[in-house]
Design a protein around this ligand. Structure first.
Ligand code: SAM
Length: 262
C-alpha cells in the first residue's frame, strides 16, 4: 500500500528503537495504553506483549483494517479515529485508571496533539512520544536556553518532560527529512501549586511570548496592560523589568500572573 505523506506515515523499522520506546513507558502490567498513530503496528506489538489493553487510534482506514487483522486478540482495540477527537477522559473512566500514552506522532499535527494531551491531563499518567528533534528540544528546554519558549512552558506546566533518545532518518521507512527524538512526559500539573487558573494563565503566557524580540514588559504593554500596572507587577514579582520571557522560569510567570490577576 502506498504511504500517505500527508498523514506523516514514516514507519519505524529499527527494531531496537521499537523495543526502547515500549520499555520507556515503564511497567505495562495491568495497564491500558493508548497508542496514537499505530500505523503498521510496529510499536503496537511491543506494547501488546505486556499491557492488558492497547487502544490503537489510527486515522487511516486501510491501516486500521490491516491492524484489526494483525491483532485479532482482545488485548488490542483498533479505534479508527482522528487522535485529536479521541476522548481520553472516557477511555480513562472505562479503564478505571489514568492512561499511558505512546506515539510516534504524525509530525504535521504534533502541536495540536500535545495541546490535546495537556487538555486531557486529568485522564493521563505518562506519555512517551516521538517528535521531530527540534520540537523535542523546545518541549524539554529550560529557561535561558535558545529553545525555551511558549511550547516549553505549555508542556511543562502539566508535568516534567525528559528527552530520552534521538533517531536518524534511516530508522524509518520511508526516511523523513529530519531527525526524531523520543521524550517522556509525566502528567503532574503544577496549576494548584503555582496558584494559577489554567485558561487565564495559558493566555497570559502566550501574551508574554507574543514577540520574541521584545522584552516581557513590552509584550504586556502591547497587550493593553497599562505601563504602571506592568511595572508594579514586575517589581512585586521581583522580575527584572528588562527581562525577556525566554529567561523566566514557570514560577516567575506564575508570580507575575498572580500580581496581575489578584
Ligand atoms: N506507529 C507507527 C510506527 O512507529 O511505525 C506509525 C507512525 S507514523 C509516524 C504516524 C501514524 O499516524 C501513521 O500511521 C498515520 O496514518 C497516523 N495518523 C496520522 N494522522 C493521524 C490522526 N490525526 N489520528 C490518528 N492517527 C493519525
Amino acid at each position: 500500500m502506498p504511504v500517505k505523506p500527508k498523514l506523516g506515515q514514516n514507519f519505524l523499522v529499527d527494531t531496537e528503537a521499537i523495543q526502547r520506546i515500549a520499555a520507556s513507558i515503564g511497567d505495562l502490567t495491568g495497564r491500558t495504553v493508548v497508542e496514537i498513530g499505530p500505523g503498521r503496528g510496529a510499536i503496537t506489538a511491543a506494547l501488546a506483549a505486556h499491557a492488558t489493553r492497547v487502544l490503537a487510534v489510527e486515522l487511516d482506514h486501510v491501516l486500521a483494517l490491516q491492524l484489526r487483522m494483525q491483532f485479532p486478540s482482545d488485548r488490542v482495540t483498533v479505534v479508527e479515529q482522528d487522535a485529536l477527537q479521541f476522548d481520553f477522559a472516557a477511555a480513562s473512566a472505562a479503564a478505571g485508571e489514568r492512561l499511558l500514552v505512546v506515539g510516534n506522532l504524525p509530525y504535521g499535527i504534533t502541536s495540536p496533539i500535545l495541546l490535546k494531551l495537556a487538555a486531557s491531563h486529568a485522564a493521563l499518567d505518562r506519555a512517551v512520544l516521538m517528535v521531530q528533534r527540534e520540537v523535542a528540544d523546545r518541549v524539554v528546554a529550560q529557561p535561558g536556553s535558545r529553545d525555551y519558549g511558549l511550547l516549553s512552558v505549555t508542556v511543562q506546566i502539566y508535568g516534567p518532560a525528559q528527552r530520552l533518545f534521538t533517531l536518524p532518518p534511516s530508522a524509518f521507512s520511508p526516511p523523513p527529512d529530519v531527525h526524531s527524538t523520543v521524550f517522556r512526559w509525566r502528567f503532574a500539573p503544577r496549576l494548584d501549586e503555582l496558584g494559577v487558573e489554567e485558561a487565564s494563565f495559558l493566555r497570559f503566557v502566550r501574551l508574554c511570548f507574543a514577540q520574541k524580540r521584545k522584552t516581557l514588559a513590552n509584550n504586556l504593554r502591547a497587550a493593553a496592560i497599562p505601563p504602571a500596572v506592568v511595572a508594579a507587577a514586575l517589581a512585586q514579582a521581583a522580575v527584572d523589568p528588562m527581562a525577556r520571557a525566554e529567561a523566566l522560569p514557570i514560577e516567575a510567570f506564575a508570580a507575575l500572573w498572580r500580581c496581575l490577576e489578584t
